[in-house]
Structures are given as structure tokens and as C-alpha cells.
Design a protein around this ligand. Sequence first.
Ligand SMILES: [Zn+2]
Length: 397
Amino acid sequence: MCLLAGVVLAGAMAADGISERAKRLHFSSLVIDTHDDTTQRFLDGSFDLGARNALGSIDIPRMKEGGLGAIFFSIWMPSKITGPEAVKRALDQIDAVREQVGKRSNDIVLVTTAEGIREAHAHGKIAALIGVEGGHMIASDLGVLRSYAALGARYMTLTHSGNAEWADSSTAKAEHSGLTEFGKDVVREMNRLGMIVDISHVSDKTFADVLAVSKAPVFASHSNCRAICDAPRNMTDDMIRALAAKGGVIQINYHVGFLSQEFRNAERAHPEWEKAIALEIQKRCREREGCQLIEGDLITREYVLRGDLPKVEWGKIIEHIDHAVKVAGIDHVGLGSDFDGANMPFGMEDVSMLPKITNALLEKGYSESDVKKILGENTLRLMADVEGVSSELNAGK
Ligand SMILES: [Zn+2]
């Protein structure tokens, strides 16, 4: 029986196309994903992080299968929600993350530092972290920002798709010419608190203002290369170089609309499809945002399968990683999937497929230590740097 099981297992492993060397490297590395929207599913009530789910991309069984060592759960709501309601909803989401993680403490543990991630990993547990996706959630109040930090939030994306009251987004009409004076105070306070300033989604001018003000390196928690796909929330080569010069990291996003120019062109040529998809989502989910994000991915896939939208393969992720490495250098690129919040390419439907990235990078000729940097070591270095700046600022240096 044992012998037979062994044969079946060996066959399954060969069929996944991943070399033994890649598997060894992947499962001995600390793999970190800096952006996941699974939190929205926690709010639906019935979701269990500990069970293998048929839908979506993230749960503990599949994180283990994919060798994911640390995950940043995103706190998110549309930019139009502001003021006390935004604060209330953000606190509810932070609570939902803490509750889901707390219930599964044998497998996953909430941490807030680079050292915390390494420690969790050493104990065989997944590290969970919190990122706030959108400065609109602090209601223009540094006290609220400090409260989020105290509850465990370790980065904040300054804007989402709309402008914050104090920072411009890449996908809205400019109102503030980048960061306002208060926006600059937000960045300074984040430096002091040891929160990573996240420049994904912000306008090019906001990005430039952040680089001028921040004392710590910053990152893009889920952004791609504009040289390959011209989405305004992707980064130009000049921006990627400037981010790297400051010690930052660009975390590559797997969303097809940010990966593929062909996909983006097709979407732009048919705005009526976007409307039809939005209507269908509304029909299936009403106001449940977790459902909306998951169904959005499924419905978009239906458009691809019937030949309306182009099929984007997961190898596009490798193209963006490789381009970013050429521009920024090997120390400044990581992974920020956008799982459970975007439309995934074929072959990267969920977190269990992550070893393919390691395999592809080795096949491209990347050294094992360089692959480890992309998988997570660059993010750990960045976090330690941000924590160091925070300590210095708090010591009054
Ligand atoms: Zn986002």
C-alpha cells in the first residue's frame, strides 16, 4: 500500500512541471505576499480560513500547499466611504482579521515585525500581517492612524482608486497636486510609527512627494511595470529606479488588467463589457464586497473563455518581475498578488500555485539566493529598515 501511494505521489509531482530543485528552494524560503483582499470574505460570516475553499485564492490549506510564509491581509473599502463610517468599517475589518487568525492559532499567527515573521516561520506557522488600503480610512486624523498601528497595521496605501482628502490617486482627477501639507504629516507619522508607506494606487506626483518627505524606504505593495502595461497605477521605469534608490521594493501584482497590455486594450475597447460585468456582479452579490471580488474574477473568466477578452497566462507575472529586476536591481522586487481582490491570470488561480514562480525564475537563470530575495527576503529587509528608522525617530536622533 505504502509503495503504491509513493508511486502515485511521485507521478503527481512530476505532472506539476516543477523541478525538485525548485521545490526544495521554494519550501526552504520565506515566501511573503504583501497584498491580499481575503479580509472582505471574512465579513461574509460563513468563511473559514482554516478550511479548503472551492472559491477564491486564499485559505490555510492552500497557503501551506503553496509554501506561503507570510501574508498581509488588506483592510479595504471604496474611496467614496469616508469619515466615521470609514473608521468604523476599518475597525470591523481589523477585528475580523484578528478573529480569523486568532481562531487558527496552531497554523497562523498575527505579527507586526520582520523578526516576528521569521519567528513564526521558525515555529512552522504562517505569519499574518495587516495593511490598510486607502488613506481615506483615517478620516484626516493622525490619532486614528496611530490606533490602526496599535492594532497591528504595518502599512497604509495612501490612496485607493479615488483621492484621499490629502493625497491624489493615479485613477482620479488631481485635486491636491500630490500630497497636501497634512498628507506630508501622515507620511512623517507613519515613519515614526514604523508603518511602511505604500505608494500603490497613488498619482505620480504623490509618489514624488512621498519620496521627498519619507525618511524611511517605501514600497508599492501591489504594482506592476508601466513599460509592459500602461495602467496609470503601474510604475514607470523612472519611478521604479527612484523607489529602489531610496531602498524601496516593488511588489508585483498578478491582476490581468495590470499585467497585460492586450487585456487592457480589450477592456478599453469595450466599456460596455465592464458595465455588463458590474451588473452581473451586483445581481449575484448585492452589497457583499467579498462576494463581489470573487464573482468579478469568475465572470471575467467567462468572458475570456468565450473569446471576448484575451487569455492572460501566469507567465506574464515573470515578465514583470524580470523587467523590474532589470530596472531596480535584484534587491528591490517582491510579490504582492492581489489574490481575492482582482482577476487572476490562467495558471495562477490560487496561492497553491506559487512554486511555479520559483521554478520559472530558476529556469530563467536566477540564482537561488536571488530567487529567495524576490520571494520574501527583500520585503524582510525593507521592514527591518522601516523599523530601524522608527526606532531612531522615537529616540529623537
Ligand atoms: Zn489595490
